[in-house]
Design a protein around this ligand. Structure first.
Ligand code: 4NP
Length: 163
């Protein structure tokens, strides 16, 4: 079966999108019907080459997900032809991605939160300037959305197989 390529995107690529990558990877590894290849990126260049924020690493480690080997990078136009899905964490990320999206590119660009009503306005709030509780909330939101995203892909696949 072919796998699908998924890119999670936030602003700095050190808090939300590396965590989203780790959580989706973990869920897809458990799935028998959906095979995903993940990466993450930021719309900004501030943290290129850096590992995820230690607070994201810590809250993910609490649930057995290890993201410390990731390195931040900036999203590029080429990503729109490389990936099947580009998942924006908030509306500002989405707007910035739309600005560089080439016409007729391969990727489906969406607000990640739209897959689950647990986040208001479809946005995963940026926890960078807050305390640890914001990172725990981020993990919970990302987990809910990631589960709904994987369910969505599973249903799409079952639909295409039954036709
Ligand atoms: P992220 O959070 O977009 O979830 O990685 C941020 C990380 C760094 C900054 C802002 C948001 N910053 O301004 O450096």
């Amino acid at each position: 079966m072919t796998s699908q390529k998924v890119l999670t995107v936030c602003l700095g690529n050190i808090c939300r999108s590396p965590a989203a990558q780790g959580i989706i990877e973990s869920l897809s590894a458990e799935s028998k019907s959906v095979f995903l290849e993940l990466d993450s990126a930021g719309t900004a260049a501030y943290h290129i080459g850096s590992p995820p924020d230690p607070r994201s690493i810590a809250v993910l480690k609490q649930v057995g997900i290890h993201i410390d080997q990731q390195k931040a990078r900036q999203v590029s136009k080429a990503d729109f032809d490389e990936f099947d899905w580009i998942l924006a964490m908030d509306r500002e990320n989405l707007a910035n991605l739309k600005k560089i999206q080439p016409k007729h590119s391969r990727a489906t660009l969406v607000l990640f939160g739209e897959f689950h009503p647990s986040v208001s306005f479809g946005e995963v709030v940026d926890p960078y300037y807050g305390d640890e509780s914001g990172f725990i909330e981020m993990r919970q939101h990302l987990t809910n959305i990631a589960q709904a995203f994987v369910n969505h892909l599973t249903l799409k696949r079952e639909d295409s197989v039954s036709r």
